[in-house]
Design a protein around this ligand. Sequence first.
Ligand code: ADP
Length: 259
Amino acid sequence: PAPGGRPPATKPGIPGVDRIVAVASGKGGVGKSTTAVNLALGLSLLGLRVGILDADVYGPSIPRLLGLKDKPKTSGGRTMLPLEAYGLKAMSMGLMVDEETPMIWRGPMVMSALTQMMREVEWGELDVLVVDMPPGTGDAQLTMAQQVPLAGAVIVSTPQDLALIDARKGLAMFQKVDVRVLGIVENMSYFVAPDTGNRYDIFGHGGAKAEAERLGVPFLGEVPIEMAIRESSDSGRPVVATDPEGPHSAAYRDIAAKV
Ligand code: ADP
């Protein structure tokens, strides 16, 4: 039974979509969207048909990360066609408004936008739909977790205690609504100076792994801080798409293989 003794909400799936995987974080700025995009591309390299839904309606970053600028077209009726980039199908509220326009929305509007992006987009046949969740554990997250049959959630955290405390809350939220936690990714795990090869644990290292072990959920891998990851994301050419065999893509490909 659902928490509070209510009957479980019915969760109709998205027709044609096999698995929906949420990528979440306890707080913003930890690299959730970067991870979501590169994970989606990693899944695509495994031969899967993959879509990415930007559910971070207050701070949509998928259009920028994938270099998408066009407005989505309607398919004649009510439904919209997703855009395509690097073999991924993509939909984001950021495609409907320009980047500088703030989303000043109350909860119910956010919910209806999310529902629309799931149910009124012609996703077609997909093996995996990766959902870039908004950061935190508010209304939008809870509703997504309750309304959509999620195959599981991947939690992204940096190694600092503060980020981990928030990640733990995110994890607890998914567990509360019976969504399987597929595991934790430690982003910005360490830095290797390209000139000297010296390694620096800028935010500490290993915190997420320890946390995963403590909580009994899988640890999916660590992604170092890399200039190439930052530059490629910010220029709309994600590393896993542009340099799939390169060293910066390896961590994401490993994570994709475990998801
Ligand atoms: P979030 O979705 O958690 O808010 P983003 O994915 O937008 O975070 O990342 C925040 C910033 O950090 C972006 O400029 C992004 O390019 C950068 N970033 C994310 N992960 C890495 C990484 N592993 N190495 C270097 N820069 C990163």
